[in-house]
Design a protein around this ligand. Structure first.
Ligand SMILES: C[S@@+](CC[C@H](N)C(=O)[O-])C[C@H]1O[C@@H](n2cnc3c(N)ncnc32)[C@H](O)[C@@H]1O
Length: 222
C-alpha cells in the first residue's frame, strides 16, 4: 500500500498556518496561506492509477471544494477536463485567475454549497480536505450524490475527518468513525487508505489534533 506524507498547512510567509483559518472558515485567509502549494498526494495517487488504464479521450473530474485550485490546476496539466466547485467566491476567483491553468477551455467552475449541489457523472470525484465542511445534517445526502456521480471503474480521492480530530467538537463539521468511513466506502474497492492521527501543532496558542482518513478508492461495478 502506498504511503504519503503531506505537509499540511505550514506557513509560506508570515501568515498563520492554514488550519487556523480553516478552523473559523476564514477561507480568504486560508487561500492566501496555501497559495502556491502542490496538488494533494491523494489526487496524484488517483491520477497515477488512471494513467495505467486505457482511455478513449480526456477523462472528466469534479473537484469538490476546489478552493484556490491547486488540484484543479494539476488535473488540467494532466490532460483532464475539470468541473471545479466551491462555496466561496474567493476560491473561484483565485482559481480562474491562476497563471498555471493548462488549456482553461477544459475547465468549468461552479459556485455552490455542498448541501444542495448537483453532481454530473464523472470519472473522478476529488474532495481534498473539503468533506468535513459539509453540514452534518446534509452529509449523507451529499455522499450519496458523490457515489452516484462516479461511474463504475471511476474513483474517489480525498479525505474524511475522524471523530478524534479537534474540529469534531465544532457543531457544523462532519466527522466520522473508522466504521462509518468503511461503510461509506462499501461501493468501492479501497486502493489507498491512511488513517493519520497526530497530536496538535501549536501556533499562537492554537492546538490542533489531526485525525484524518486519506483515501483513494475505485467504484465497483453496479
Ligand atoms: C480546507 S479547504 C480545501 C481546499 C482545497 N480542496 C485544498 O485541498 O486545499 C475547504 C474548501 O471547502 C470549501 N467549502 C467549505 N464549506 C463549504 C460548503 N458548505 N459548500 C461548498 N464549499 C465549501 C471552502 O470554500 C474551501 O475552499
Amino acid at each position: 500500500m502506498t504511503q504519503h506524507t503531506d505537509k499540511h498547512d505550514s506557513p509560506d510567509t508570515d501568515l498563520k498556518p492554514a488550519f487556523i483559518y480553516a478552523t473559523t472558515r476564514d477561507w480568504e485567509g486560508y487561500f492566501k496561506a496555501i497559495d502556491g502549494r502542490e496538488p494533494r498526494p491523494t489526487l496524484v495517487d488517483a491520477l497515477d492509477r488512471f494513467d495505467t488504464e486505457p482511455s478513449n479521450g480526456p477523462r472528466f473530474a469534479i473537484d469538490l471544494g476546489c478552493g484556490e485550485g491547486r488540484d484543479s490546476a494539476a488535473l488540467l496539466r494532466r490532460g483532464w477536463k475539470v468541473h471545479a466547485i466551491d462555496g466561496h467566491p474567493d476560491g473561484i476567483r483565485r482559481l480562474v485567475s491562476r497563471d498555471d491553468l493548462d488549456d482553461p477551455t477544459r475547465l468549468t467552475m461552479q459556485l455552490a454549497p455542498f448541501e444542495s449541489v448537483e453532481l454530473p457523472s464523472c470519472d473522478l470525484l476529488n474532495a481534498s480536505f473539503s468533506l468535513p465542511f459539509c453540514s452534518p445534517e446534509h452529509f449523507d445526502e451529499m455522499w450519496s450524490k458523490i457515489v452516484a456521480s462516479i461511474r463504475p471503474g471511476g474513483r474517489f480521492s480525498g479525505q474524511f475527518f475522524g471523530d478524534r480530530d479537534s474540529w469534531a467538537s465544532i457543531a457544523d463539521r462532519s466527522h466520522h468513525t473508522s466504521e462509518q468511513v468503511a461503510q461509506f466506502l462499501m461501493p468501492f474497492t479501497v486502493e489507498f487508505m491512511k488513517e493519520e492521527e497526530r497530536k496538535g501543532e501549536d501556533c499562537d496558542g492554537t492546538k490542533k489534533d489531526w485525525h484524518v482518513f486519506h483515501v483513494v478508492a475505485r467504484k465497483n461495478a453496479d
